[in-house]
Design a protein around this ligand. Structure first.
Ligand SMILES: Cc1cc2nc3c(=O)[nH]c(=O)nc-3n(C[C@H](O)[C@H](O)[C@H](O)COP(=O)(O)OP(=O)(O)OC[C@H]3O[C@@H](n4cnc5c(N)ncnc54)[C@H](O)[C@@H]3O)c2cc1C
Length: 404
Protein backbone atom coordinates (compact mmCIF):
# COMPACT_ATOMS: atom_id res chain seq x y z
CA UNK A 1 0.00 0.00 0.00
CA UNK A 2 1.27 3.46 -0.97
CA UNK A 3 0.61 6.40 1.37
CA UNK A 4 -1.62 9.19 0.04
CA UNK A 5 0.40 12.12 -1.24
CA UNK A 6 -0.52 15.14 -3.32
CA UNK A 7 3.03 15.37 -4.67
CA UNK A 8 3.20 13.97 -8.19
CA UNK A 9 6.34 12.06 -9.16
CA UNK A 10 8.65 13.30 -11.93
CA UNK A 11 7.19 10.63 -14.26
CA UNK A 12 3.64 11.74 -13.51
CA UNK A 13 4.51 15.41 -14.10
CA UNK A 14 6.15 14.50 -17.41
CA UNK A 15 3.11 12.54 -18.55
CA UNK A 16 0.85 15.39 -17.45
CA UNK A 17 2.77 17.89 -19.52
CA UNK A 18 2.96 15.51 -22.54
CA UNK A 19 -0.83 15.06 -22.53
CA UNK A 20 -1.33 18.78 -21.91
CA UNK A 21 0.73 19.61 -25.02
CA UNK A 22 -1.35 17.19 -27.10
CA UNK A 23 -4.57 18.70 -25.70
CA UNK A 24 -3.39 22.27 -26.35
CA UNK A 25 -1.80 21.79 -29.77
CA UNK A 26 -3.74 18.96 -31.41
CA UNK A 27 -7.14 18.78 -29.69
CA UNK A 28 -8.17 22.37 -28.90
CA UNK A 29 -7.54 23.86 -32.33
CA UNK A 30 -10.03 21.43 -33.96
CA UNK A 31 -12.52 21.00 -31.10
CA UNK A 32 -15.14 23.45 -32.43
CA UNK A 33 -14.97 21.90 -35.90
CA UNK A 34 -15.64 18.34 -34.68
CA UNK A 35 -18.41 19.59 -32.39
CA UNK A 36 -20.08 21.19 -35.43
CA UNK A 37 -19.58 18.15 -37.63
CA UNK A 38 -20.87 15.71 -34.99
CA UNK A 39 -18.55 13.06 -36.38
CA UNK A 40 -15.99 10.77 -34.84
CA UNK A 41 -12.64 12.63 -35.03
CA UNK A 42 -10.60 9.89 -36.73
CA UNK A 43 -7.61 12.09 -37.65
CA UNK A 44 -7.14 13.11 -34.01
CA UNK A 45 -7.48 9.52 -32.75
CA UNK A 46 -5.02 8.38 -35.44
CA UNK A 47 -2.53 11.02 -34.28
CA UNK A 48 -3.07 9.94 -30.65
CA UNK A 49 -2.40 6.33 -31.72
CA UNK A 50 0.72 7.36 -33.64
CA UNK A 51 2.29 8.97 -30.55
CA UNK A 52 1.14 6.16 -28.23
CA UNK A 53 -1.52 8.12 -26.33
CA UNK A 54 -4.29 5.99 -27.83
CA UNK A 55 -2.96 2.55 -26.92
CA UNK A 56 -3.49 -0.34 -24.55
CA UNK A 57 -0.03 0.21 -23.07
CA UNK A 58 -0.75 3.81 -22.16
CA UNK A 59 -4.11 3.04 -20.56
CA UNK A 60 -2.76 -0.01 -18.70
CA UNK A 61 0.24 1.91 -17.32
CA UNK A 62 -1.93 4.84 -16.26
CA UNK A 63 -4.53 2.55 -14.65
CA UNK A 64 -2.18 0.31 -12.70
CA UNK A 65 0.00 3.07 -11.26
CA UNK A 66 0.14 2.26 -7.52
CA UNK A 67 -0.66 5.83 -6.40
CA UNK A 68 -3.86 5.76 -8.49
CA UNK A 69 -3.26 9.37 -9.52
CA UNK A 70 -1.82 8.98 -13.03
CA UNK A 71 -5.13 8.19 -14.72
CA UNK A 72 -7.07 11.14 -13.24
CA UNK A 73 -4.14 13.48 -13.86
CA UNK A 74 -3.76 12.65 -17.57
CA UNK A 75 -7.53 12.45 -18.06
CA UNK A 76 -8.01 15.96 -16.67
CA UNK A 77 -5.41 17.30 -19.12
CA UNK A 78 -6.94 15.56 -22.14
CA UNK A 79 -10.46 16.75 -21.30
CA UNK A 80 -9.14 20.25 -20.67
CA UNK A 81 -8.48 20.12 -24.43
CA UNK A 82 -11.97 18.90 -25.36
CA UNK A 83 -14.40 16.44 -23.81
CA UNK A 84 -15.94 15.09 -27.04
CA UNK A 85 -12.53 14.32 -28.54
CA UNK A 86 -11.31 13.17 -25.12
CA UNK A 87 -14.09 10.61 -25.00
CA UNK A 88 -13.35 9.51 -28.57
CA UNK A 89 -9.86 8.72 -27.27
CA UNK A 90 -10.84 7.20 -23.90
CA UNK A 91 -14.15 5.52 -24.91
CA UNK A 92 -12.55 2.19 -25.78
CA UNK A 93 -11.37 2.07 -22.17
CA UNK A 94 -14.92 1.21 -21.06
CA UNK A 95 -14.83 -2.04 -23.03
CA UNK A 96 -11.25 -2.70 -21.98
CA UNK A 97 -12.11 -2.20 -18.30
CA UNK A 98 -15.05 -4.63 -18.62
CA UNK A 99 -12.80 -7.27 -20.21
CA UNK A 100 -10.01 -6.67 -17.68
CA UNK A 101 -12.51 -6.86 -14.79
CA UNK A 102 -14.39 -10.01 -15.80
CA UNK A 103 -12.23 -11.91 -18.31
CA UNK A 104 -9.87 -14.84 -17.88
CA UNK A 105 -6.15 -14.26 -18.59
CA UNK A 106 -6.63 -15.85 -22.05
CA UNK A 107 -9.55 -13.52 -22.78
CA UNK A 108 -7.53 -10.47 -21.71
CA UNK A 109 -4.73 -11.55 -24.02
CA UNK A 110 -7.07 -12.10 -26.95
CA UNK A 111 -9.45 -9.14 -26.72
CA UNK A 112 -7.72 -6.22 -25.01
CA UNK A 113 -5.28 -5.54 -27.89
CA UNK A 114 -8.19 -5.68 -30.33
CA UNK A 115 -9.97 -2.84 -28.49
CA UNK A 116 -7.08 -0.53 -29.50
CA UNK A 117 -5.52 -1.94 -32.68
CA UNK A 118 -2.05 -0.67 -33.53
CA UNK A 119 -0.27 2.67 -33.87
CA UNK A 120 -0.90 2.58 -37.64
CA UNK A 121 -4.36 1.08 -37.53
CA UNK A 122 -6.29 2.11 -34.40
CA UNK A 123 -9.45 0.15 -33.56
CA UNK A 124 -12.29 0.86 -31.11
CA UNK A 125 -14.11 -0.89 -28.29
CA UNK A 126 -17.66 -0.32 -27.01
CA UNK A 127 -19.27 -1.33 -23.72
CA UNK A 128 -22.96 -2.04 -24.21
CA UNK A 129 -25.09 -2.15 -21.07
CA UNK A 130 -27.84 0.49 -21.28
CA UNK A 131 -31.14 -0.04 -23.06
CA UNK A 132 -34.05 2.28 -23.79
CA UNK A 133 -35.91 0.97 -20.72
CA UNK A 134 -32.87 0.14 -18.59
CA UNK A 135 -30.42 2.98 -17.93
CA UNK A 136 -30.13 3.57 -14.19
CA UNK A 137 -32.12 0.40 -13.60
CA UNK A 138 -29.74 -2.12 -15.15
CA UNK A 139 -31.54 -4.98 -13.41
CA UNK A 140 -34.27 -4.78 -16.08
CA UNK A 141 -32.14 -5.43 -19.16
CA UNK A 142 -34.13 -7.19 -21.89
CA UNK A 143 -31.24 -8.29 -24.10
CA UNK A 144 -31.16 -12.06 -23.78
CA UNK A 145 -28.28 -14.50 -24.01
CA UNK A 146 -29.28 -18.13 -24.57
CA UNK A 147 -27.01 -21.10 -25.01
CA UNK A 148 -27.54 -23.20 -28.13
CA UNK A 149 -26.66 -26.74 -27.01
CA UNK A 150 -26.63 -27.97 -30.61
CA UNK A 151 -23.91 -25.60 -31.83
CA UNK A 152 -22.24 -24.63 -28.54
CA UNK A 153 -22.83 -20.91 -29.32
CA UNK A 154 -24.30 -18.16 -27.18
CA UNK A 155 -27.08 -16.29 -29.02
CA UNK A 156 -27.59 -12.60 -28.19
CA UNK A 157 -30.82 -10.75 -29.04
CA UNK A 158 -31.89 -7.22 -28.12
CA UNK A 159 -31.22 -3.52 -28.66
CA UNK A 160 -28.71 -1.47 -26.69
CA UNK A 161 -29.16 2.30 -26.31
CA UNK A 162 -26.73 5.18 -25.78
CA UNK A 163 -23.58 3.23 -26.62
CA UNK A 164 -20.31 5.16 -26.93
CA UNK A 165 -18.61 3.89 -30.13
CA UNK A 166 -21.70 1.69 -30.70
CA UNK A 167 -21.71 0.11 -34.15
CA UNK A 168 -18.37 1.68 -35.19
CA UNK A 169 -16.33 -0.34 -32.69
CA UNK A 170 -14.44 -3.48 -33.61
CA UNK A 171 -14.99 -5.15 -30.24
CA UNK A 172 -18.39 -4.81 -28.54
CA UNK A 173 -18.75 -6.05 -24.97
CA UNK A 174 -22.44 -6.79 -24.44
CA UNK A 175 -24.12 -7.33 -21.08
CA UNK A 176 -27.14 -9.62 -21.45
CA UNK A 177 -29.57 -11.50 -19.23
CA UNK A 178 -29.02 -15.21 -18.84
CA UNK A 179 -31.60 -15.71 -16.07
CA UNK A 180 -34.18 -12.86 -15.98
CA UNK A 181 -35.56 -14.00 -12.60
CA UNK A 182 -32.26 -13.01 -10.94
CA UNK A 183 -32.24 -9.36 -12.15
CA UNK A 184 -28.74 -7.82 -12.28
CA UNK A 185 -27.25 -11.01 -10.79
CA UNK A 186 -28.57 -13.11 -13.65
CA UNK A 187 -26.54 -11.21 -16.24
CA UNK A 188 -23.30 -11.99 -18.03
CA UNK A 189 -20.93 -10.09 -20.32
CA UNK A 190 -19.98 -11.33 -23.79
CA UNK A 191 -17.40 -10.18 -26.29
CA UNK A 192 -18.79 -9.79 -29.80
CA UNK A 193 -15.76 -10.11 -32.09
CA UNK A 194 -15.17 -7.81 -35.07
CA UNK A 195 -17.40 -8.52 -38.08
CA UNK A 196 -19.84 -10.85 -36.28
CA UNK A 197 -23.07 -11.16 -38.35
CA UNK A 198 -26.26 -9.83 -36.74
CA UNK A 199 -24.70 -6.84 -34.92
CA UNK A 200 -25.52 -3.49 -36.49
CA UNK A 201 -25.77 0.18 -35.62
CA UNK A 202 -29.26 1.59 -34.97
CA UNK A 203 -29.91 5.32 -34.71
CA UNK A 204 -26.98 7.62 -34.07
CA UNK A 205 -27.98 10.16 -31.41
CA UNK A 206 -27.73 13.88 -32.13
CA UNK A 207 -26.45 15.21 -28.82
CA UNK A 208 -26.34 18.52 -27.01
CA UNK A 209 -22.66 18.12 -26.03
CA UNK A 210 -19.61 15.87 -26.42
CA UNK A 211 -20.64 15.70 -30.07
CA UNK A 212 -17.30 14.45 -31.38
CA UNK A 213 -17.92 11.28 -29.38
CA UNK A 214 -20.06 8.77 -31.29
CA UNK A 215 -23.17 7.56 -29.42
CA UNK A 216 -25.59 5.12 -31.05
CA UNK A 217 -27.93 2.18 -30.61
CA UNK A 218 -26.53 -1.29 -31.12
CA UNK A 219 -28.95 -3.84 -32.56
CA UNK A 220 -28.29 -7.52 -31.80
CA UNK A 221 -30.26 -9.77 -34.11
CA UNK A 222 -29.50 -13.41 -33.26
CA UNK A 223 -25.83 -12.66 -32.83
CA UNK A 224 -23.93 -15.94 -32.38
CA UNK A 225 -20.68 -15.95 -30.44
CA UNK A 226 -18.60 -18.99 -29.43
CA UNK A 227 -18.35 -20.16 -25.82
CA UNK A 228 -14.92 -18.50 -25.40
CA UNK A 229 -16.63 -15.08 -25.73
CA UNK A 230 -18.43 -15.44 -22.38
CA UNK A 231 -16.27 -13.27 -20.10
CA UNK A 232 -14.99 -15.23 -17.12
CA UNK A 233 -16.06 -18.56 -18.62
CA UNK A 234 -18.94 -20.98 -18.03
CA UNK A 235 -17.83 -22.32 -14.67
CA UNK A 236 -17.60 -18.89 -13.08
CA UNK A 237 -21.01 -17.95 -14.51
CA UNK A 238 -22.64 -21.11 -13.09
CA UNK A 239 -21.10 -20.39 -9.66
CA UNK A 240 -22.36 -16.80 -9.75
CA UNK A 241 -25.88 -17.87 -10.77
CA UNK A 242 -25.87 -20.55 -8.05
CA UNK A 243 -24.93 -17.98 -5.38
CA UNK A 244 -27.59 -15.58 -6.66
CA UNK A 245 -30.27 -18.33 -6.57
CA UNK A 246 -29.28 -19.23 -2.98
CA UNK A 247 -29.39 -15.56 -1.97
CA UNK A 248 -32.82 -15.17 -3.63
CA UNK A 249 -34.12 -18.23 -1.68
CA UNK A 250 -32.81 -17.04 1.70
CA UNK A 251 -33.59 -13.35 1.13
CA UNK A 252 -29.92 -12.46 1.72
CA UNK A 253 -28.88 -9.10 0.26
CA UNK A 254 -25.94 -8.83 -2.07
CA UNK A 255 -24.11 -5.59 -2.77
CA UNK A 256 -25.35 -3.77 -5.86
CA UNK A 257 -24.78 -0.47 -7.65
CA UNK A 258 -21.28 -0.23 -6.19
CA UNK A 259 -19.77 -2.10 -9.16
CA UNK A 260 -18.44 1.04 -10.84
CA UNK A 261 -17.04 2.70 -7.72
CA UNK A 262 -13.43 2.09 -8.76
CA UNK A 263 -13.82 3.61 -12.25
CA UNK A 264 -15.84 6.65 -11.17
CA UNK A 265 -12.85 8.83 -10.18
CA UNK A 266 -11.52 8.59 -13.76
CA UNK A 267 -14.90 9.73 -15.14
CA UNK A 268 -14.98 12.51 -12.54
CA UNK A 269 -11.53 13.63 -13.75
CA UNK A 270 -13.03 14.16 -17.22
CA UNK A 271 -15.52 16.63 -15.72
CA UNK A 272 -12.68 18.33 -13.83
CA UNK A 273 -10.84 18.96 -17.10
CA UNK A 274 -13.87 20.79 -18.53
CA UNK A 275 -14.37 22.80 -15.33
CA UNK A 276 -10.73 23.88 -15.24
CA UNK A 277 -10.78 24.89 -18.90
CA UNK A 278 -13.82 27.10 -18.24
CA UNK A 279 -12.33 28.64 -15.10
CA UNK A 280 -9.02 29.51 -16.81
CA UNK A 281 -10.81 30.97 -19.83
CA UNK A 282 -13.12 33.08 -17.65
CA UNK A 283 -10.21 34.30 -15.50
CA UNK A 284 -8.15 35.35 -18.52
CA UNK A 285 -11.16 37.05 -20.09
CA UNK A 286 -11.89 38.89 -16.83
CA UNK A 287 -8.35 40.24 -16.73
CA UNK A 288 -8.69 41.66 -20.26
CA UNK A 289 -12.28 42.85 -20.47
CA UNK A 290 -12.84 46.35 -19.11
CA UNK A 291 -16.06 48.02 -17.91
CA UNK A 292 -16.50 51.25 -15.95
CA UNK A 293 -12.81 52.01 -16.39
CA UNK A 294 -11.38 48.80 -14.91
CA UNK A 295 -10.85 45.14 -15.70
CA UNK A 296 -13.98 43.19 -14.77
CA UNK A 297 -11.75 41.01 -12.53
CA UNK A 298 -11.38 44.14 -10.37
CA UNK A 299 -15.11 44.15 -9.68
CA UNK A 300 -15.49 42.15 -6.51
CA UNK A 301 -18.55 40.29 -7.81
CA UNK A 302 -16.53 38.85 -10.67
CA UNK A 303 -13.36 38.28 -8.63
CA UNK A 304 -15.28 36.42 -5.90
CA UNK A 305 -16.95 34.27 -8.52
CA UNK A 306 -13.52 33.32 -9.87
CA UNK A 307 -12.39 32.61 -6.30
CA UNK A 308 -15.38 30.31 -5.77
CA UNK A 309 -14.73 28.53 -9.08
CA UNK A 310 -11.09 27.87 -8.17
CA UNK A 311 -12.11 26.62 -4.71
CA UNK A 312 -14.84 24.27 -5.99
CA UNK A 313 -12.57 22.81 -8.67
CA UNK A 314 -9.83 22.16 -6.11
CA UNK A 315 -12.35 20.57 -3.72
CA UNK A 316 -13.59 18.29 -6.51
CA UNK A 317 -10.01 17.36 -7.46
CA UNK A 318 -9.21 16.39 -3.87
CA UNK A 319 -12.21 14.04 -3.82
CA UNK A 320 -11.16 12.58 -7.17
CA UNK A 321 -7.56 11.98 -6.11
CA UNK A 322 -8.60 10.49 -2.77
CA UNK A 323 -10.99 8.04 -4.42
CA UNK A 324 -8.47 7.17 -7.14
CA UNK A 325 -5.81 6.47 -4.51
CA UNK A 326 -8.24 4.38 -2.45
CA UNK A 327 -9.30 2.40 -5.53
CA UNK A 328 -5.68 1.27 -6.03
CA UNK A 329 -4.82 0.94 -2.32
CA UNK A 330 -7.08 -1.28 -0.32
CA UNK A 331 -10.44 -0.37 -1.70
CA UNK A 332 -13.20 2.14 -1.48
CA UNK A 333 -15.41 1.80 1.55
CA UNK A 334 -18.09 4.44 1.84
CA UNK A 335 -19.17 5.67 -1.60
CA UNK A 336 -16.01 7.75 -2.14
CA UNK A 337 -16.00 6.96 -5.88
CA UNK A 338 -19.57 8.22 -6.18
CA UNK A 339 -18.78 11.31 -4.09
CA UNK A 340 -16.00 12.24 -6.51
CA UNK A 341 -18.22 11.79 -9.58
CA UNK A 342 -21.18 13.60 -7.98
CA UNK A 343 -19.07 16.59 -6.97
CA UNK A 344 -17.01 16.86 -10.16
CA UNK A 345 -20.10 16.62 -12.40
CA UNK A 346 -21.92 19.31 -10.47
CA UNK A 347 -18.85 21.56 -10.35
CA UNK A 348 -18.35 21.21 -14.11
CA UNK A 349 -21.97 22.16 -14.88
CA UNK A 350 -21.89 25.08 -12.42
CA UNK A 351 -18.43 26.39 -13.36
CA UNK A 352 -19.11 26.31 -17.11
CA UNK A 353 -22.42 28.12 -16.63
CA UNK A 354 -20.74 30.73 -14.44
CA UNK A 355 -17.94 31.10 -17.02
CA UNK A 356 -20.62 32.03 -19.57
CA UNK A 357 -21.81 34.67 -17.08
CA UNK A 358 -18.31 36.13 -16.73
CA UNK A 359 -18.11 36.50 -20.52
CA UNK A 360 -21.52 38.18 -20.75
CA UNK A 361 -22.85 38.20 -24.34
CA UNK A 362 -19.57 36.69 -25.54
CA UNK A 363 -20.32 33.66 -23.39
CA UNK A 364 -23.51 32.96 -25.29
CA UNK A 365 -22.04 32.73 -28.79
CA UNK A 366 -19.83 30.21 -30.53
CA UNK A 367 -16.92 32.65 -30.98
CA UNK A 368 -15.81 31.49 -27.53
CA UNK A 369 -15.67 27.86 -26.32
CA UNK A 370 -17.47 28.30 -23.01
CA UNK A 371 -20.97 27.64 -24.39
CA UNK A 372 -19.64 24.36 -25.85
CA UNK A 373 -17.99 23.45 -22.56
CA UNK A 374 -21.30 24.03 -20.78
CA UNK A 375 -23.07 21.70 -23.23
CA UNK A 376 -20.29 19.14 -22.75
CA UNK A 377 -20.36 19.34 -18.94
CA UNK A 378 -24.02 18.38 -18.52
CA UNK A 379 -23.49 14.75 -19.49
CA UNK A 380 -21.40 14.30 -16.33
CA UNK A 381 -24.60 14.60 -14.28
CA UNK A 382 -26.10 11.88 -16.47
CA UNK A 383 -23.87 9.08 -17.76
CA UNK A 384 -21.84 6.52 -15.82
CA UNK A 385 -24.50 6.81 -13.12
CA UNK A 386 -26.71 9.89 -12.83
CA UNK A 387 -26.42 12.44 -10.04
CA UNK A 388 -29.26 10.67 -8.20
CA UNK A 389 -27.70 7.22 -8.57
CA UNK A 390 -24.45 8.55 -7.05
CA UNK A 391 -26.53 10.00 -4.19
CA UNK A 392 -28.19 6.62 -3.75
CA UNK A 393 -24.83 4.83 -3.48
CA UNK A 394 -23.54 7.40 -0.97
CA UNK A 395 -26.78 7.41 1.03
CA UNK A 396 -26.72 3.61 1.32
CA UNK A 397 -23.06 3.65 2.34
CA UNK A 398 -23.50 6.27 5.06
CA UNK A 399 -26.78 4.98 6.52
CA UNK A 400 -26.49 1.25 5.95
CA UNK A 401 -30.14 1.41 4.85
CA UNK A 402 -31.62 0.11 1.61
CA UNK A 403 -32.54 3.66 0.52
CA UNK A 404 -34.64 3.45 -2.67
C1 LIG B 1 -23.57 10.54 -24.23
C2 LIG B 1 -23.89 9.26 -23.53
C3 LIG B 1 -23.03 8.18 -23.64
C4 LIG B 1 -23.33 6.97 -23.02
N1 LIG B 1 -22.49 5.89 -23.17
C5 LIG B 1 -22.88 4.68 -22.68
C6 LIG B 1 -22.09 3.50 -22.96
O1 LIG B 1 -21.04 3.56 -23.61
N2 LIG B 1 -22.55 2.31 -22.52
C7 LIG B 1 -23.69 2.19 -21.81
O2 LIG B 1 -24.05 1.07 -21.45
N3 LIG B 1 -24.46 3.28 -21.52
C8 LIG B 1 -24.07 4.52 -21.94
N4 LIG B 1 -24.84 5.63 -21.67
C9 LIG B 1 -26.09 5.48 -20.92
C10 LIG B 1 -26.08 6.12 -19.56
O3 LIG B 1 -25.29 5.37 -18.68
C11 LIG B 1 -27.54 6.28 -19.11
O4 LIG B 1 -28.10 7.31 -19.91
C12 LIG B 1 -27.65 6.62 -17.64
O5 LIG B 1 -27.29 5.54 -16.86
C13 LIG B 1 -29.05 7.06 -17.25
O6 LIG B 1 -30.01 6.17 -17.70
P1 LIG B 1 -31.33 6.71 -18.46
O7 LIG B 1 -30.85 7.62 -19.54
O8 LIG B 1 -32.15 5.54 -18.86
O9 LIG B 1 -32.08 7.58 -17.39
P2 LIG B 1 -33.16 7.02 -16.34
O10 LIG B 1 -32.62 5.85 -15.63
O11 LIG B 1 -34.47 6.88 -17.02
O12 LIG B 1 -33.26 8.23 -15.33
C14 LIG B 1 -34.12 9.37 -15.53
C15 LIG B 1 -34.07 10.23 -14.28
O13 LIG B 1 -34.59 9.49 -13.15
C16 LIG B 1 -33.65 9.47 -12.10
N5 LIG B 1 -33.72 8.17 -11.40
C17 LIG B 1 -33.75 6.93 -11.95
N6 LIG B 1 -33.80 5.98 -10.98
C18 LIG B 1 -33.78 6.65 -9.80
C19 LIG B 1 -33.79 6.25 -8.42
N7 LIG B 1 -33.79 4.95 -8.06
N8 LIG B 1 -33.76 7.21 -7.47
C20 LIG B 1 -33.72 8.53 -7.82
N9 LIG B 1 -33.69 8.98 -9.10
C21 LIG B 1 -33.73 8.05 -10.06
C22 LIG B 1 -32.30 9.65 -12.80
O14 LIG B 1 -31.31 10.13 -11.90
C23 LIG B 1 -32.64 10.63 -13.88
O15 LIG B 1 -32.65 11.94 -13.36
C24 LIG B 1 -24.51 6.86 -22.25
C25 LIG B 1 -25.37 7.97 -22.13
C26 LIG B 1 -25.08 9.15 -22.76
C27 LIG B 1 -26.03 10.30 -22.62
Amino acid sequence: MIGFSLALSDDQRQLQSWVHDFAANVVRPVAAEWDDREEFPWPVVQEAARIGLYSLDFVANASFDPTGLTLPVVTEELFWGDAGIGLAILGSGLAAAAIAGAGTPEQLGEWLPQCYGTADDPRLGAFCVSEADAGSDVSSLRTRATFDEATGDWVLTGTKAWITNGGIADVHVVVATVDPALGARGQAAFVVPPGTPGLSMGQKYRKSGIRASHTAEVVLDDVRVPERCLLGGRERLEEKLGRARDAARTGERQPAMATFEATRPAVAAQALGIARAAFEYARDYALERRTFGKAIAEHQAVAFLLADMATEIDAARLLVWRAAWQANNGGLRGGEGSMSKLKAGRVAVWATERAMQVLGGAGFVKDHPVERWHRDAKVYDIFEGTEQIQQLVIARAITGLRVE
